[in-house]
Design a binder for this molecule. Sequence first.
Ligand SMILES: [Fe+2]
Length: 451
Amino acid sequence: MAESMKHIDPDTMPRSPGITYQQLLDTDSKPVPDVLRLQSPRDLGTHDYAAERYTSKEWHDKEVARLWRRVWQMACREEDIPQPGDHHRYDIAGISFLIVRAGDGAIKAYPNACLHRGRLLKEHDGRANELRCPFHGFCWNLEGELVDVPARWDFPQIITSEFSLPAIPVATWGGFVFINPDQKCAPFEDFIADLADQFDRWDLSKLYKQVHVAKIMPCNWKIAQEAFCEAYHVNGTHPQILKSLGDVNSQVDVWDNCARVITPSYTPSPLLGYEVSDEDMMRSLMDIPEDQPVPELPDGTSPRAWSAMNTREMLRPDAGDIVDEYCDAEMVDNLDYTLFPNFHPWGAFNRIVYRFRPNGDDHRSCIFECMMLAPFQGERPPPAEVTWLQADEPWSSALGFLGKVFDQDAFNMPKVQLGLESTYKPGITLSAYQESKVRWLHHRLGEWLDD
Ligand SMILES: [Fe+2]
């Protein structure tokens, strides 16, 4: 891989006019942590990627066989299954798994299938002290050992000790449970290392899942995912936030198994080509209507520092005084991380986590989920259950201002699918730097599928 993802020099590569992200960090009112000072631009070439990656069933079938059946993937939060017997159904590309909290508190994962005639063992999340198939009543304990076969005398071929549910690899990181359908997979430690390095300061296991919204989107899972992997689309898709978002000033960093796009807030887009007042910047980012006043800034305080200050105070009751250790950038910027192939935790205080998966075995629809993680004091609050939005329900009905932005992104998705079905051009064209996270995703995907 090293050869095809060459490091490039951040100081000499082509860049947008205007302030760089690193220059913006120099203006921070607090010390900036090392993790934000890292730069890892990579040269991933300038070639196109085939449109059939989004439109062809053959490509999808290859993804199922070579990616989804073999890759580490986020299945749920640990807090979704806190007690022995709690189980969570996780489906990927038409395959179902059961994540179970065993009697000793360990987390186990099994293919969600009875070893008798193959029926799903559990259709729904819940709590049970055994895993009993509803079809004929074959039953396993939480550790996966066979404990009951009705009319046992009629199955002379079954050896109890050899009829356990096959356990598949499980790992946890940041309060998330990851599974791998491949019992001979590579170690999770290698898979998570790049991302884990980045999140040293931001322990997502200490947060609880406050919000979880899901919706089936009428497009390939990668179309939905890639709508959140660059800020280059803000100019066309979210023009209302250009006054307060340094879209093309974003810093893009690529490591082997994770990548990030950092898009600064409270700095205007260089694409506007005119001066933006502090007032206009705040109006834009805080969604303040023209007929309402903008809060007055203390003398000598930039909108960026002021917003960071407010965010610290907003978080303090739940997060505690650790907020004082966070710099302005950690409070206001958009640190969008991606772990290959489909897990997107935001960094710093920001609580957003996305996940994108094929919707069953259909390559022309997908499941897009957004979770919000939040700090808490005292006892861990129960995690939010998933709210499924129906096709006609906008994201704004569940996620407010953020949802309005999602609705603009979602509006493009089926049109991208239809366009890619219609185009005479064999592939999609990507920019060299700003869209390098999308390029990296395709690069990695190609490696997995060619293998
Ligand atoms: Fe967007």
